[in-house]
Design a protein around this ligand. Structure first.
Ligand code: ZN
Length: 151
């Protein structure tokens, strides 16, 4: 019926783009909420507990310090991830996101959902891992045999 109903092949990467964009934006929203929520938690605990801690003994306040440090580490980890998500979104806009670094094929959507910052497709990643393993084995064998032959 429609004149452009044959443009179906063009529509496919577009929907992949939308899916990936949605996936990344969801993740960004989640991370933003977590980072902001955590910062708010630490702040309110800080001002609230600050006055009380003056009376508490050193052990308890150092526990609170460790807690703060863990919170802080979590926040910086999450904001780092948030930066990566923003970076991925920028790359998606440029059309560079989601393609395999090695073979240029599209990385499966399922894989990207599990590993949003994957730069290789499953096949290339596995090939790389096997190659690395083999190299290590060869290096080990060489190391062992050199004990006997390099005299
Ligand atoms: Zn690949």
């Amino acid at each position: 019926m429609k004149a452009n109903s044959k443009v179906g092949t063009e529509a496919k990467p577009r929907s992949r783009y939308n899916e990936l964009k949605q996936m990344l934006e969801e993740r960004r929203r989640e991370l933003q909420a977590q980072v902001q929520g955590k910062i708010r938690d630490v702040r309110s605990e800080g001002t609230w507990g600050g006055k009380q801690n003056e009376v508490l003994d050193a052990v308890e306040s150092s526990d609170a310090d460790i807690q703060d440090e863990i919170e802080f580490a979590l926040i910086s980890m999450k904001s780092e991830t948030l930066n990566k998500v923003n970076d991925a979104l920028a790359r998606l806009e440029q059309g560079d996101y989601g393609d395999c670094f090695e073979c240029g094929e599209e990385i499966g959507e399922k894989r990207l959902r599990a590993l949003p910052f994957a730069v290789r497709c499953k096949d290339c990643e596995e090939a790389r891992e096997t190659a690395e393993k083999r190299e290590r084995q060869i290096a080990n064998r060489r190391g062992a045999s050199s004990l006997f032959f390099d005299m």
